[in-house]
Write a protein that binds this ligand. Structure first.
Ligand SMILES: *[C@@H]1O[C@H](CO)[C@@H](O)[C@H](O)[C@H]1NC(C)=O
Ligand SMILES: *[C@@H]1O[C@H](CO)[C@@H](O)[C@H](O)[C@H]1NC(C)=O
Ligand SMILES: *[C@@H]1O[C@H](CO)[C@@H](O)[C@H](O)[C@H]1NC(C)=O
Ligand SMILES: *[C@@H]1O[C@H](CO)[C@@H](O)[C@H](O)[C@H]1NC(C)=O
Ligand SMILES: *[C@@H]1O[C@H](CO)[C@@H](O)[C@H](O)[C@H]1NC(C)=O
Length: 772
C-alpha cells in the first residue's frame, strides 16, 4: 500500500565522509546490539541512516535559521497561535434564569432549543462532586443526559421550526441511498406517544426533532454526510443509552481521577434537574430576579477547589496486581529499565470460562453486584445465549455515508466513525472551513485521543501497545502521520477482560485543566470468543464522543484459529502450529494477525506525539511483514518525509519552496522522484525557504524536541543514526543511556489546542488559509 521508493537513489547521495562514519558506527553497533540483544532475531537490513548530509552552508543555515525563527515564534504568539495550546477561554457567562426559574418564558426545560457548553457542564458537575464528597465517601450517583455532554445544537435549526415544517423520516429516506423503508430506525415525531416523550425526559413533543432515530440505519443504507450527522444527534438526544459511569481524569502522570455513577433511572438534562440551583446555593449566589441575570462559570476554579478539598481516588481499591505504570515511574526515577515483561498467562482465555463466570456472578448476585459487575454479568449471559444459537451480532456500527457527493472530497465511505457520535467526515468540505482547518481538527482529535487513552491506562494500569499503522508512524518520527485517520492498539486478552469488567461504558473525561475531550469505552459482547470472525474482530473502542473517531482495540490470545500459510517460512515471520491447537503460545487477534510471545514482550516505554505509549518488542520484522516498503518509503500518497525536519510534508507544500517560480498548474507534472532527490539534498536557500513558511515552522517548532528524542531512541533500538542530531555521534554505554532516555519520557503539555477552543474561538478568530 505504501508508494514505491527510490531508496537506492538516496543512498548514492551519501558522501564518502558519511560512509566512513557509518562504518565506524556499524562496528560499534554490532557490538552494542550483541551485548544488549535489542535486535536479536531481526534479519532486517536497514539503512544506517535515512538522512542526507547537508553541505556545510546548508547545515549552518539550518542551525542559525531555526534559532532565529523559533524566537520569532515565541515573540509572536498571535501569529503563531497554534503553538499556544493552553486553555484560554475558561470562563463562561450563562444566563441563569433559564435554568432556575421554571416560569421564565425561555426556561431551558420548556424551550425547544438546546444549549451546550462544556465549561458550564464541568463547573456544575465538579461542584456537585465536591459537595457529594463532603457528605459521603461513597461514589456519588448523578443524573446524566447526552444532550448536556455532547454538542447537539446542530438540531437547533430544526427545533426552532414549527412542527409541520420540520424534516421527517421521509426526508431522510429520500437522502439515503436505496431509499429504504426507514421504519426500522426512524420514528416520525407524531408517532411518539406522550408517555414516550416523558420517558425520554421531555415535556413537549416540540422539544424533539421531526424524525426520532432509535436504531442504526444499516451500513448499506447510506445517507449524505449532513443527514448522518443529524441522525446521530437525534439518537443522542433520545434513545442513545447512557454511560454507566463518568471518570474525570486528574493530574498529568499519576493515578488519580474522580468518578460518579450515572443514575440509570433519570433522564434528567441539567435543565430539568435541580443541579444548577444547588450550584448557586453552594456558592452563595443569590438570584437577583432579573430576567437576564447571568453567572460566570469557571470550571478550572471548581476543579482546583475539588482537588484541594478531596484528593482524587485511585484504582488501588480494585484488586489487581501492581500498576505497571507506577513501576515505570519508580524505575524512571532510578534510571532503571522501563521495559514491561509480560506473562504468558495474560494471553490465555477460553470461552469455556464463560459458564463458570456466569455461575460465579449468579451466586454472588444474592449479596448484590456492583453496577460494573452486573453489566459484565449481563454481557456474559448475552454472549452465552447468542453462542448457543450460533448467532453472532455485530457490536460496533459505523457511520457509512454516500460518496456520490461532491463535498465528500476523499470519497470517505464512513467506515471509521462510530455512527452514534458522528459529527461529519474528517475531510468533508464543510462550509466556512478551509482544508487546512479540517486537517488541524483531525490532528487534534487523534493526538488528544491517544493522550487521554494513555492517561486512562496510566491510572488503571491497563496494558496496551500501539500496532499496525500507528506503530509505523511512530517508527518514522515518533509522531502520528499527518494523513492518518485512526489509531490501532492491542492488548493481551487478560487486559481486555479487565477493561470489560471494570470500565465498559465508562465516559472518560480529559483532565479539565487541559481540555474538554470525552471518550466512551465500549467493549464488544463477543470478546469471550477468541477465534477469527468477520463481524467482531474489533474487540473494544475508545470513542471520541465529539467526533465519532475512535481507537480500535484488538485483544491477543491463544485460540484454535490456524495461522494462514503466509505466516510460515517467510523472511520475517515463521509462525505455524498444529491444527486447531489452542495450547501453544501463538497469539492472534480475531481478524488475521498472529504473533509469538517475543514479538510482543517485553513492551517498551516510548512516546507518540508527546504522550507516553507502549510499543511491542519486535518492531522491524513485523512492520516489514505488514508493510512491504513502509520502513523505507519516504513517500506515501504525495506526502514526503523530510529528514532535516523529521516531518512528513505534502508534495504541494514542498514544491512551493523547491520550485519557487513554478505556476501551480504545473505542480502535477513534477515527478515524485525529483522531489525525493531534492529533499535529501536541500540547499541553504531551500532550507531557509522552508523555515520561512509559517505552517511548516509551527509544526517544526512544536515537534522538534520530540522528534529529537525519537532520533535517539531509533539509534538505541535500531542503530539508525540521525546526522541532524550531532551528539549521537559520540556515544558510549548505550544500555544505560537507553534507560536514561526513557527516564525522560513523560507526557508533555498537549502540542495541539483542544478541539472546543479551536472550533469555537481560535479558528473563527484566526482562520488557517489553505497554502497547498
Ligand atoms: C539518571 O540519569 C541522568 C542523566 O540523564 C542523571 O542526571 C541522573 O542523576 C540519573 N539519576 C539517577 C538516580 O541515577
Ligand atoms: C523495573 O526495573 C526492574 C529492575 O531493573 C525490572 O526488573 C522491572 O522489569 C522494571 N519494571 C518495569 C515495569 O519497568
Ligand atoms: C459492554 O456494554 C455494552 C452495552 O451495555 C454491552 O452490549 C456489551 O455486551 C458489554 N460488553 C461486555 C464484554 O460485557
Ligand atoms: C520455520 O520453522 C520451521 C519449524 O519450526 C523450520 O523447520 C523452518 O526452517 C523455519 N523456516 C525459516 C525460514 O526459518
Ligand atoms: C524544547 O526544549 C528546550 C530545551 O529543553 C526548551 O527550552 C523548549 O521550550 C522546548 N520547546 C518546546 C516547543 O517545548
Amino acid at each position: 500500500m505504501l508508494g514505491k521508493v527510490l531508496f537506492s537513489r538516496i543512498f548514492t547521495r551519501f558522501t564518502k565522509l558519511f560512509i566512513a562514519i557509518t562504518v565506524l558506527h556499524l562496528i560499534f553497533l554490532v557490538h552494542f546490539f550483541r551485548s544488549y540483544g535489542i535486535s536479536k532475531g531481526s534479519s532486517i537490513s536497514l539503512p544506517v541512516s535515512y538522512n542526507n548530509e547537508l553541505d556545510k552552508e546548508a547545515q549552518e543555515t539550518l542551525v542559525s535559521k531555526t534559532k532565529e525563527r523559533f524566537s520569532k515564534v515565541e515573540e509572536n504568539p498571535d501569529r503563531f497561535w497554534l503553538t499556544r495550546t493552553e486553555l484560554v477561554h475558561t470562563n463562561v457567562e450563562v444566563p441563569i434564569n433559564r435554568y432556575i426559574n421554571p416560569s421564565a418564558e425561555d426556561a431551558w426545560d420548556k424551550t425547544n432549543e438546546l444549549f451546550y457548553d462544556p465549561r458550564f457542564i464541568l463547573s456544575i458537575y465538579l461542584n456537585e462532586l465536591k459537595h457529594s464528597l463532603d457528605t459521603s465517601k461513597e461514589r456519588p450517583t448523578l443524573p446524566f443526559s447526552w444532550a448536556d455532554w455532547i454538542d447537539l445544537t446542530k438540531l437547533n435549526d430544526e427545533l426552532s421550526k414549527p412542527m409541520e415544517e420540520r424534516m421527517d423520516c421521509d426526508v431522510l429516506r429520500l437522502n439515503t441511498k436505496k431509499k429504504p423503508d426507514t421504519s426500522y430506525f426512524c420514528l416520525n415525531n407524531a408517532e411518539l406517544t406522550d408517555d414516550m416523550i416523558q420517558e425520554l425526559g421531555f415535556t413537549r413533543r416540540e422539544q424533539l426533532p421531526g424524525f426520532v432515530i432509535f436504531q442504526h440505519s444499516t451500513h448499506s443504507h447510506k445517507p449524505f454526510n449532513d443527514f448522518r450527522v443529524l441522525e446521530a444527534k437525534s439518537y443522542a438526544l433520545t434513545f442513545l443509552p447512557k454511560p454507566l459511569k463518568v471518570m474525570i481524569l486528574t493530574g498529568n502522570n499519576d493515578n488519580g481521577f474522580y468518578e460518579f455513577l450515572v443514575d440509570p433511572n433519570s433522564n434528567g438534562r441539567l435543565a430539568t434537574t435541580n443541579m444548577v440551583s444547588k450550584y448557586l446555593q453552594n456558592n452563595n449566589i443569590v438570584d437577583n430576579g432579573a430576567e437576564d441575570y447571568s453567572v460566570t462559570f469557571d470550571h478550572i476554579r471548581e476543579y482546583r477547589e475539588l482537588i484541594k478539598s478531596h484528593p482524587p481516588s485511585t484504582v488501588s481499591v480494585h484488586h489487581e496486581p501492581v500498576n505497571s505504570f507506577d513501576t515505570i515511574e519508580e524505575n524512571k526515577s532510578k534510571n532503571q529499565s522501563t521495559n514491561i515483561v509480560l506473562d504468558r498467562s495474560m494471553f490465555r482465555y477460553s470461552k469455556d470460562q464463560v459458564v463458570d463466570q456466569i455461575h460465579e456472578y449468579e451466586s454472588k448476585s444474592a449479596t448484590g453486584l456492583s453496577p460494573e459487575e452486573y453489566q459484565y454479568f449481563m454481557g456474559l449471559k448475552m454472549f452465552n445465549d447468542c453462542s448457543a444459537q450460533g448467532d453472532e451480532i455485530r457490536h460496533f456500527k459505523t457511520a457509512t455515508i454516500r460518496t456520490d457527493d461532491d463535498k465528500n472530497v476523499d470519497n470517505d465511505n464512513g467506515w471509521h466513525y462510530d455512527w452514534r457520535f458522528f459529527n461529519g467526515a474528517l475531510n468533508y468540505d464543510r462550509r466556512g472551513w478551509s482544508k487546512a482547518e479540517m486537517s488541524e481538527r483531525t490532528r487534534i482529535i487523534l493526538e488528544r485521543m491517544i493522550r487521554t487513552w494513555y492517561m486512562f491506562s496510566r491510572k488503571t494500569g491497563i496494558i496496551s501497545w500501539i500496532m499496525h499503522g500507528t506503530l509505523l508512524s511512530w517508527y518514522w518520527n515518533g509522531l502520528i502521520f499527518p494523513y492518518d485517520i485512526d489509531i490501532d492498539i492491542q492488548m493481551p486478552v487478560s487486559e481486555l477482560i479487565r477493561l470489560a469488567k471494570h470500565y465498559n461504558q465508562t465516559l472518560v473525561v480529559e483532565n479539565p485543566e487541559e481540555g474538554y475531550g470525552k471518550y466512551l469505552i465500549d467493549v464488544g459482547t463477543f470478546v469471550h470468543d477468541r477465534d477469527i470472525t468477520d463481524l467482531n474482530y474489533i474487540d473494544a473502542r475508545f470513542v471520541d464522543v465529539d467526533s465519532g473517531i475512535y481507537i480500535d482495540f484488538t485483544g491477543l490470545s491463544t485460540s484454535k484459529a490456524n495461522p494462514p500459510t503466509e505466516y510460515s517460512n517467510t523472511e520475517y515471520t515463521n509462525i505455524s502450529k498444529p491444527l486447531n491447537d489452542d495450547t501453544v503460545d501463538i497469539y492472534n487477534d480475531r481478524r488475521k494477525h498472529f504473533y509469538v510471545f517475543d514479538e510482543i514482550s517485553p513492551l517498551r516505554y516510548s512516546m507518540l506525539s508527546g504522550s507516553p505509549v507502549l510499543i511491542p518488542n519486535g518492531i522491524l520484522t513485523r512492520l516489514k511483514f505488514e508493510y512491504a516498503v513502509g520502513l523505507e518509503s519516504m513517500e506515501f500518497n504525495d506526502w514526503f518525509f523530510v529528514p532535516v525536519l523529521r516531518l512528513w510534508l505534502h508534495k504541494n507544500q514542498l514544491i512551493k519552496h523547491l520550485y519557487p517560480n513554478m505556476k501551480e498548474s504545473f505542480y502535477k507534472n513534477i515527478d515524485n522522484s525529483k522531489i525525493m532527490k531534492a529533499i535529501t539534498s536541500l540547499s541553504k536557500d531551500e532550507i531557509a525557504s522552508l523555515l520561512d513558511d509559517d505552517a511548516i515552522l509551527t509544526e517544526y517548532y512544536l515537534t522538534r524536541n520530540l522528534t529529537t528524542l525519537h532520533a535517539w531512541e531509533r539509534y538505541y533500538l535500531f542503530g539508525i543514526v540521525d546526522n541532524h542530531v550531532p551528539e549521537i555521534k559520540n556515544h558510549e554505554n548505550p544500555k544505560d543511556s537507553y534507560n536514561q532516555l526513557t527516564a525522560k519520557f513523560k507526557p508533555i503539555y498537549p502540542i495541539r489546542k483542544n478541539l472546543f477552543e479551536f472550533e469555537h474561538f481560535d479558528r473563527l478568530h484566526h482562520h488557517i488559509a489553505d497554502t497547498f
